[in-house]
Design a protein around this ligand. Structure first.
Ligand code: NAD
Length: 261
C-alpha cells in the first residue's frame, strides 16, 4: 500500500474535505491524526471507524488552530504517538462573507489565524523531523480564492493568497530534501462550509438560496457542477504519493475551469 508506515496529520478533518482526505489516506494505509471541532461522541465514532474500516492507527487532537501553543503541541504529540508526521495536510478553514467596511474585526483576525497562520505553525513544527527523515509531503488546502478574488470575502481571499505564497516559499526551502510542498485550489465543493455561507450571501446580495447557488457559486464554475470532496481527496493522495516527487511549489487548481476565465 502506498502509505503503509506513513503518518498523515490532517487539520480540520472532523468534517467535509478534511474528513474525505483522512479516509483516502487511511485507505492507502496511512496512520491518521485527526483534528477539528465538533461533538466529542461523533468525533470518537469517526476515529474508531477509521481504525476499523482501514486497519490503521488513528488518533485525534482537539487543538484549536487559532492557538499556536496548541498547534505545536498537536504536532509534537503526533510524533510522540506515531513516530513521525510524514504527510501534513493543512485543511482547517472558516469563512465569513461581508462587505469590507462592515467586516467584523474579530472574524477577519480569526480567518487569517485559522486559514493562514496555523499553516505556518504546523509546518514549522513538523519540518525538522521530515528533514531528518529526508521525506515529507506538505499539502495546503487553499482555494480558487488563492488565485482569484470575489467581493465580500476579503479575509478569506487574503488568507488563501497568503497560503499560496507560503507554500511556494516552503517548497523552495526544502526542495533538495525529499520534501514537497503544494497547495490545492478547489472551486466550490459542496460541504458544510459552503452551505453555511449561503444565508450571509443571500443577505449581502439580496438573493434567494437558488439564486446564490446558480448566480454566485456556480456562475464562475464553467462545469456548472460542485467539485466533489472525493476529487479533492484523490488529488491530495496523488500529491502525497512517491510518483509526485517532482511536483512542488504548485498551486493546483481543481475548480471546474473557474480559473481559466
Ligand atoms: P468544513 O466546515 O466542512 O470543515 C472545516 C474543518 O475545519 C472542520 O473539521 C472544522 O472543525 C475545522 N475547524 C474550523 N475551525 C477550527 C479551529 N479553530 N481549530 C481546529 N479546527 C477547526 O469546511 P470544508 O469546506 O471542508 O473546508 C475545508 C478546507 O477547504 C478549508 O480550508 C476551506 O477554505 C477549503 N476550501 C473549501 C471549499 C468549498 O467549496 N467547500 C473550496 C475551496 C477551499
Amino acid at each position: 500500500m502506498e502509505f503503509a508506515n506513513k503518518v498523515a496529520l490532517i487539520t480540520g478533518s472532523t468534517s467535509g474535505i478534511g474528513l474525505a482526505i483522512a479516509h483516502e489516506l487511511a485507505k492507502g494505509g496511512a496512520n491518521i491524526v485527526l483534528n477539528g471541532l465538533g461533538d466529542p461522541k461523533e468525533i470518537e465514532h469517526v476515529r474508531s471507524s477509521i481504525e476499523q474500516d482501514f486497519k490503521v492507527k488513528c488518533t485525534y487532537s482537539g487543538a484549536n488552530m487559532m492557538v499556536p501553543g496548541e498547534i505545536r503541541e498537536m504536532v509534537m504529540q503526533a510524533i510522540a504517538q506515531h513516530g513521525s508526521v510524514d504527510i501534513l495536510v493543512n485543511n482547517a478553514g472558516i469563512q465569513h462573507v461581508s462587505p469590507i467596511d462592515e467586516f467584523p474585526e474579530d472574524k477577519f483576525d480569526a480567518i487569517i489565524a485559522i486559514n493562514l497562520v496555523s499553516n505556518f505553525h504546523t509546518i514549522k513544527a513538523a519540518l525538522p523531523a521530515m528533514k531528518k527523515k529526508g521525506w515529507g509531503r506538505i499539502i495546503n488546502i487553499a482555494s480558487a480564492h488563492a488565485l482569484i478574488a470575489s467581493p465580500y470575502k476579503s479575509a478569506y481571499v487574503a488568507a488563501k493568497h497568503g497560503v499560496a505564497g507560503l507554500t511556494k516559499t516552503v517548497a523552495l526551502e526544502v526542495a533538495e530534501m525529499g520534501i514537497t510542498a503544494n497547495a490545492i485550489a478547489p472551486g466550490y465543493v459542496w460541504t458544510p462550509l459552503v452551505e453555511k455561507q449561503i444565508p450571509d450571501t443571500m443577505k449581502s446580495r439580496g438573493m434567494t438560496e437558488e439564486e446564490v447557488k446558480e448566480k454566485v457559486l456556480l456562475a464562475a464554475q464553467p462545469t456548472k457542477k460542485f467539485v466533489t470532496m472525493q476529487e479533492v481527496a484523490s488529488l491530495t493522495a496523488y500529491l502525497a504519493s512517491n510518483v509526485a516527487a517532482s511536483i512542488t511549489g504548485t498551486v493546483m487548481s481543481i475548480d471546474g475551469g473557474w480559473s481559466a476565465h
